[in-house]
Design a protein around this ligand. Structure first.
Ligand code: SF4
Length: 424
């Protein structure tokens, strides 16, 4: 890996601005501040202090201008993750959105309305079609804000909507007080459920995060309680323990059998409500999938802002991964890490992300892009995985993981890495 100043427009970015290289249409914004720190969390996050937030906002302003100059969009999706983006105060969020409008709000369908009212919401991708309906309708940019249940009420939801937020991702994690307390969450069952009710009533799309395989948790109760409220999108993640977290230092481990059982149970319960698993950990009613996350899983390029945030830029024949430094050096303008991908990286990454989804990976298109077909790179792996019912290789040359394959995806990918031939 080498370092480079992604934020300084170079040849590739000038080409993007000139239209020669398509500009990424997805943007991730990392907001690292949280109201409290959960003992299992491995993300780049911290408690807020007023001076730190002020410096963050100043630096983000500069970064928006630099990245937007290099990659002018338009943007189809924007995702505020963290940390807890909803922990920013109204005026702080307004400042971030003003910067985004300055950077990407221009163009035929973008920018502020003459009166600067709610219609000044970000509308950044006028030509985006309505889910392939063919009716040619204009659809709004999908703009997701991750939110903690204790950081919003009805007034704030209206404010988020005015800013342009179309989708809320709520960190509920459980509806059971002993589980919430085990996870170190500060909200209780009632506050969490009230937050979900308010979000669903607001008219915004809403995702609800649930953590599974927590000791003593009744997962089916958690899922049914949320689904009975009318949730149309759920992210159900395993509790994972990283060594550098308080849980890791306390030697807590997750029982792999409990995790496998929870994976199956989640699929069964959610199906009863008409949602389908479209990615290992994500379930949605048809048409309610996260367009932003689908862009990641489909291997599309995306931009990123904020400390620790990662981008995938259209630079080099196979793209370049760029990772911003942590906040201390990011605030000082330190350069991101840059990893220029080759054909082998792209094959592995497409399998790693594409096989997570029920869409799978189009091996024919991947071969056109990289010059090598997975069936030639890892014939024994492909044969064994299909024979054992872990993968389906369709007549359309699309490779998909079965339900069992999804459950064992990590092992499946490790065996691919161990058996593949390298390209060239
Ligand atoms: S709220 Fe989310 S990002 Fe913040 S510490 Fe808890 S799990 Fe981590």
């Amino acid at each position: 890996m080498s370092s480079f100043p992604v934020n300084v427009p170079g040849a590739a970015s000038r080409a993007a601005a000139a239209g020669a290289v398509p500009s990424p249409r997805a943007l991730y914004v990392h907001v690292p501040f949280c109201p409290s720190i959960c003992p299992y969390c491995d993300f780049h996050k911290m408690l807020r202090s007023e001076p730190l937030v002020a410096r963050y906002l100043e630096r983000l302003d500069v970064e928006v201008d630099q990245v937007a100059a290099a990659y002018p969009g338009p943007l189809d999706t924007i995702y505020f993750g963290g940390g807890t983006p909803s922990h920013l105060k109204d005026e702080e969020l307004a400042r971030v959105f003003a910067a985004l409008r300055r950077g990407w709000g221009g163009g035929a369908a973008g920018g502020e309305s003459p009166d600067g009212g709610p219609e000044s919401a970000l509308r950044m991708s006028g030509e985006l079609r309505d889910g392939g309906s063919g009716r040619g309708e204009l659809a709004r940019t999908e703009l997701t804000l991750e939110a903690d249940p204790l950081t919003f009420d009805e007034r704030r939801l209206a404010f988020f909507a005015e800013l342009g937020v179309t989708r809320l991702s709520i960190g509920l994690q459980s509806t059971q007080d002993p589980v919430l307390s085990y996870l170190g969450r500060v909200h209780d069952r009632e506050a969490g459920l009230e937050a979900v009710r308010m979000a669903l009533a607001s008219g915004m799309q809403a995702n609800v995060d649930i953590i599974m395989a927590v000791p003593g948790q009744r997962l089916a109760d958690d899922l049914r309680t949320v689904l009975d409220l009318g949730a149309s999108h759920l992210s159900v993640y395993s509790l994972t323990i990283e060594p550098n977290t308080p849980f890791g230092r306390r030697g807590i481990v997750v029982d792999p059998e409990a995790d496998a059982d929870a994976f199956e149970l989640a699929g069964q319960v959610v199906q009863e409500y008409g949602l389908r698993r479209y990615e290992v950990s994500n379930f949605a009613l048809p048409g309610h999938e996260s367009r932003h996350n689908l862009a990641y899983w489909r291997g599309r390029h995306y931009l990123a802002l904020g400390p620790g945030a990662s981008a995938y830029l259209p630079e080099g024949p196979f793209g370049t991964r760029v990772k911003n430094p942590p906040i201390k050096t990011w605030l000082l303008g330190a350069e991101p890490e840059r990893d220029v991908l080759d054909a082998d990286d792209v094959v592995l990454e497409r399998l790693m992300t594409g096989l997570r989804t029920t869409e799978g990976v189009d091996l024919g298109r991947l071969a056109e892009r990289t010059g090598a077909h997975v069936a030639d790179l890892a014939p024994a792996w492909l044969r064994d995985a299909t024979r054992h019912g872990l993968l389906l290789h369709g007549a359309d040359d699309v490779l998909r993981a079965t339900e069992v394959g999804l459950e064992r995806l990590d092992a499946l990918l490790r065996s691919f890495v161990g058996s593949r031939a390298l390209i060239g």
